[in-house]
Design a protein around this ligand. Sequence first.
Ligand code: COA
Length: 158
Amino acid sequence: MKRIAIYPGSFDPITNGHLDILKRASKAFDEIIVLVAENDEKHSRFTVKERLEMIEGALKGIENVKVDSTKGLTVKYAKDHGAKFLIRGLRAVSDFEYEFTLNAANEYIDHDIDTVYFMSTIGHNFISSSYIDSLYSSGVDITSLVPKSVVEMYKQKK
Ligand code: COA
């Protein structure tokens, strides 16, 4: 049986921190689906289409990873796609509380889906999507913090 995992997130935009988690997780599973959560209530910098495009651009060379989006529950998507695991990254202790609550909610919805956590490698643990956005807006070079596809999308947008 194929071991499928879902890596959910806003990815607004995807960063090298996300990519690092994804690359390491891709060695542990047969297939990973990077799932962009569509949340109409959240103000997003990039549209879902743009986020999917940036992720696809960043995935070249990682064979067992696909990209998709959903407006629904992550665990429901996982079940519908035969995935028993979710993947999340932990950068610092401060992520734990949020992940703890998210995991509890997911577990309440579907007890059969487990979340597997990967620790960020040193050098990636300070990156966040909003941090990238602030740096870019302030004219700081972000090329070593995000995939090329993200830099290109920023250039197209602004
Ligand atoms: N590297 C870099 N950045 C990271 C990171 C890593 N390893 N891990 C987290 N982050 C950052 C992101 O950049 C982002 O930063 P920002 O707040 O500055 O924008 C932040 O941490 C969180 O982003 P992300 O990892 O994309 O996840 P999220 O918290 O936005 O995602 C969902 C949450 C989408 C997984 C969750 O809300 C969900 O499953 N929603 C769907 C609806 C649902 O099923 N709800 C169930 C619970 S009720």
